[in-house]
Design a protein around this ligand. Structure first.
Ligand SMILES: Cc1cc2nc3c(=O)[nH]c(=O)nc-3n(C[C@H](O)[C@H](O)[C@H](O)COP(=O)(O)O)c2cc1C
Length: 203
């Protein structure tokens, strides 16, 4: 009797990479928020490539287009830099949305940018939400503020959410515990992005 075979995992077109977009609302030149988003995206792509699939990361640093975002909001005309960011999100399979905690909520820059998005641009986009903060007292900023906004915009906001304070870094590298949380979030992100492409999880 022949051995039962495990069916091959359906996979995306190998020529068409999984695209991860990081939207970072970090305000400082050397931003821990941007670094956090980058670590999540890097780990996501590392895990995608371990499945012999190509992966690309695009970084939207909102600080660099802040004036164009404001111009778009007050003029109603989408500035070219903002349109380019929209285009990158439209092409993405997965998003990491990272913000510093500002006055017990997310950064106004993140809100302003999301206020420029065309209706339905985020619909169905698997998204990991991440925040940096000065105090663990504001851990719930993700679930009380960022998650409802993105849910309203119809993103698929994953259960993994990363709130990170300064003491969770060892220099510029994540602590062991933070690295494990990042890895778990990345795994969840891949599963949803992969499933959106081929209709089944990347097990
Ligand atoms: C104006 C301002 C308000 C802040 N409010 C809070 C806050 O309410 N809760 C908190 O945990 N951290 C707060 N922080 C600290 C930042 O969230 C924290 O330093 C963050 O990691 C900075 O991110 P960055 O390194 O990307 O600039 C605040 C920082 C600033 C500048």
């Amino acid at each position: 009797m022949p051995e039962p075979t495990t069916p091959a995992i359906p996979r995306p077109d190998p020529k068409d990479p999984i695209r991860v977009v990081v939207v970072s609302a970090g305000l400082s030149e050397v931003s821990s928020t941007t670094r956090l988003g980058q670590f999540v995206a890097d780990e996501t792509c590392r895990q995608v490539r371990a499945r012999d699939q190509r992966c690309e990361i695009v970084h939207i640093e909102l600080r660099h287009i802040a004036l164009a975002v404001t111009q778009t909001l007050i003029s109603g005309q989408v500035a070219p830099e903002v349109a380019a960011a929209h285009e990158q999100i439209a092409r993405a399979d997965a998003m990491v949305a990272a913000t510093p905690t500002i006055n017990a909520s997310f950064s106004g820059l993140l809100k302003s940018f999301f206020d420029t998005l065309p209706v339905d641009l985020l619909r169905g986009l698997p998204t990991v939400i991440a925040a940096t903060g000065g105090t663990q007292r504001h851990t719930l900023v993700l679930d009380s503020a960022v998650r409802p906004m993105l849910a309203y915009l119809r993103a698929v906001v994953l259960s993994s959410a990363l709130f990170v304070t300064a003491d969770e870094w060892e220099g510029t590298a994540p602590s062991q515990e933070l690295a494990e949380r990042i890895s778990a979030a990345a795994t969840e992100l891949i599963h949803y992005a992969w499933a959106a492409r081929v209709g089944t999880f990347a097990i």
